[in-house]
Write a new protein. Structure first.
Length: 55
């Protein structure tokens, strides 16, 4: 099982999580801004959940 991960990049890359489609679909980019505050809250929550799970 993989551990949860959070990206804090200010300009995250587009992730194409599909396969078998025409090349043109993989060339499409969806620029998005990050949400540092939300990432920090999620990181804190995940860290606390890990600590609680180890008790």
């Amino acid at each position: 099982m993989q551990a949860p991960a959070i990206s804090i990049s200010s300009k995250p890359d587009t992730i194409h999580d599909f396969g078998g489609f025409p090349k043109q679909l993989y060339e499409i980019e969806y620029p998005a801004n990050s949400a540092h505050g939300m990432a920090a809250k999620a990181s804190d929550w995940l860290m606390q959940a890990r600590i609680d799970a180890k008790k």
